[in-house]
Design a protein. Structure first.
Length: 481
């Protein structure tokens, strides 16, 4: 059964070629009969051959229209073999090169059947050729010549079968790439993008149920983080994966890596369970915005069509990830602005203002640890904290908070593990922090994200806006009291 548009085209091409050969043979006989000078027995033989080709055409057409496509293919191939063999039997004593017509069934069958079926056709023709040489017309077709033609048929069958196999594989890869690219247009989450990429790459590299990852940019510094995965024993640890970005991957070309080395670079132990892993970059123009990784037992040499398909799907995936990230950013900003601009529901007591501020900061930044710290009677206290105990904030970030209370601008550390200025305690030793002073309110908004560069520039801008709004609310509370 044809499985692609290209194969359906080939199927129709074979049937049209049969019709052309049948009509051409019949027309040639008719012209020869009118011109004269050709023996009547040759005309009869030509008419019989044309009739055999017409029978093959009619048999396949009838069964195909009745919905019996496999039977139609079989009848068409057998009709080609019968007509070609009949041409050899009838004309070999007059035309020494007539066995060349046996190449036609090999060509026609190769377009619609796989290599084993094509070799079976060649063997059938070889048997008929041997019968012609030894039984029907032994004088016209010596055994040595028949053996030579038989060898040619087998070689032609093998070569044609391999050629068509590669064509089918390339065509299916191309059609699959277009289909997956269309799927990515409708993807609305990074998980859906990962599912489409995993399925496509698994098909291309020949892997099934192996560990696979989708990494994408999660900040303005170009760091990559795992955003989707499949077939992992445990979820990958959070954090940027920058090591692989320096391995010389071109934006438009995937590479095979050693599984163990890649597992160390990406800090995903499950990748070491397989010897090889294929990494395909997701490029937005010339810049790599993500990577998709699929493990495999062994590497595979990818053809030109496969690489073009990977590049095409990778570009669509990069666009999908950018679109999804933009939509998430816009939605977060919309929600944040709604919180910032609508303060009618903010309670009027200090505790209510603190709850509102901490909740708004968590919604704006996505940080798991947020606190509102105020200076009372000469020392810092936590009015409200989420994600950690108040004592941990005051002890592990004491120097940072003290420094931030003396600054008019936010204090931001993108990677706390590399900063020794403020002697942060173990609770904040990894990730990123921001301490934003509240103008005139003697207060500080403190946020900690466990990811390096987890607080983006957009998050910081919105947190600064929140601090301004909080300053107005605290000022209003002071006036009322």
């Amino acid at each position: 059964m044809p499985r692609s548009e290209a194969e359906r085209t080939l199927f129709n091409l074979v049937q049209r070629a049969r019709i052309a050969f049948a009509l051409g043979t019949a027309g040639l006989v008719a012209v020869a009969r009118q011109v004269g000078g050709i023996p009547d027995d040759l005309l009869v033989r030509g008419f019989v051959i044309a009739a055999a080709l017409a029978a093959a055409v009619a048999g396949q057409e009838a069964t195909s229209r009745l919905g019996r496509l496999p039977l139609g293919l079989l009848l068409g191939i057998l009709g080609d073999v019968a007509a070609s063999s009949l041409a050899v039997v009838l004309l070999v004593d007059r035309v020494p090169l007539i066995p060349a017509v046996l190449l036609w069934p090999i060509f026609s069958a190769g377009l619609v059947v796989p290599l084993p079926g094509l070799l079976l056709v060649a063997v059938l023709e070889l048997v008929l050729l041997a019968g012609t040489a030894f039984v029907l017309v032994p004088d016209a077709l010596p055994p040595t010549r028949a053996a030579g033609w038989g060898a040619l048929l087998l070689i032609a069958a093998a070569a044609n079968g391999e050629l068509i196999r590669r064509f089918r594989a390339a065509q299916r890869t191309t059609e699959l790439a277009f289909a997956r690219a269309a799927d990515l247009v409708h993807a609305t989450t990074r998980t859906e993008v990962g599912e489409v990429l995993f399925a496509f790459l698994s098909e291309v590299v020949g892997a099934t149920a192996t560990p696979r990852l989708l990494l994408a940019e999660t900040n303005d510094e170009g760091g990559l983080e795992v955003v989707a995965h499949e077939h992992l024993a445990i979820a990958p640890a959070e954090g940027n994966r920058d090591a692989i970005g320096a391995r010389g991957i071109a934006p438009d070309q995937g590479l095979w890596f050693e599984g163990a080395q890649l597992a160390r670079d990406l800090r995903v132990d499950d990748l070491a369970r397989y010897p090889r892993a294929f990494v395909q970059p997701l490029a937005d123009g010339r810049r790599i915005v993500g990577l998709v990784v699929v493990s495999a037992i062994r590497g595979r040499v990818l053809g030109e069509e496969a690489r073009r398909g990977l590049e095409r799907v990778g570009a669509h995936a990069a666009s999908a990830l950018a679109r999804i990230e933009l939509a998430r950013t816009v939605e977060r900003q919309r929600a944040a602005l709604t919180v910032l601009l609508d303060t009618r529901a903010v309670p009027e007591d200090d505790g209510g203002v603190a709850r509102w501020a901490v909740d708004a900061a968590r919604r704006i930044s996505g940080a798991k640890t947020v606190a509102l710290v105020r200076r009372r009677a000469g020392r810092l206290v936590c009015d409200r904290v989420e994600g950690v105990e108040a004592d941990e904030v005051l002890s592990d970030a004491a120097r940072l908070l003290a420094s931030a209370s003396l600054r008019p601008v936010p204090l931001v550390i993108a990677d706390t593990s590399t900063d020794e200025r403020y002697a942060l305690g173990p609770r904040f030793a990894v990730g990123s922090v921001a301490a934003i002073p509240v103008a005139g309110g003697d207060a500080i908004l403190f946020a900690h994200d466990e990811r390096v560069d987890g607080l983006s520039s957009t998050d910081l801008e919105l947190l600064v806006m929140l601090s301004h709004q909080l300053s107005l609310l605290l000022a209003r509370r002071s006036e009322e009291s």
